[in-house]
Design a protein around this ligand. Structure first.
Ligand code: FES
Length: 150
């Protein structure tokens, strides 16, 4: 019998597992190992494990300067700049998980998901009509923003 390592086993088995599951959740073993262990380096950011490091001087993050917030869809993160601090949140709506219907109201300090019009306070604590948006710890140093995604 041919021997396979874990990665080969997962690559070969997951399509069959996925095909056999109807309405259930995927086994965690089907998560791509590469996503968890291999640093992703782009021009404007780096993802190493669960630490996302963003170069705020890069033009990709210009919207943070002009309107104060950004849905960084590639890494599934909302980033909000207020004064000189940055906050980061999952971009997964707590209601039904939609990630791309966000707007932000500076007056109310709330994010709104227009999918079903639920809103979420940006203070990471207060219950909004949709619950509490998950926040991530951030750290700013020399215009480099680290976001701890766990
Ligand atoms: S999915 Fe966002 S409000 Fe329903």
């Amino acid at each position: 019998m041919k021997s396979t390592n874990r990665r080969q086993f997962i690559q070969q088995s997951c399509p069959l597992l996925i095909a056999s599951i109807v309405g259930g959740t995927l086994p965690s073993a089907c998560t791509k190992e590469e996503e968890l262990t291999t640093p992703v380096t782009k021009e404007s950011y780096t993802l190493t494990g669960q630490v996302l490091t963003i170069n705020l001087d890069h033009s990709d993050f210009e919207p943070l300067k002009s309107r104060g917030w950004l849905n960084f869809t590639e890494q599934k993160v909302l980033i909000l700049k207020s004064n000189k601090t940055y906050q980061a949140y999952t971009n997964r709506c707590p209601h039904e998980g939609v990630r791309n219907r966000w707007s932000y109201s500076e007056t109310d300090n709330k994010f709104l998901c227009s999918e079903h019009n639920r809103s979420y306070k940006a203070d990471c604590e207060t219950q909004g009509d949709g619950g509490v948006l998950t926040c991530y710890k951030t750290e700013l140093s020399n215009n480099e923003l680290k976001i701890y995604l766990s």
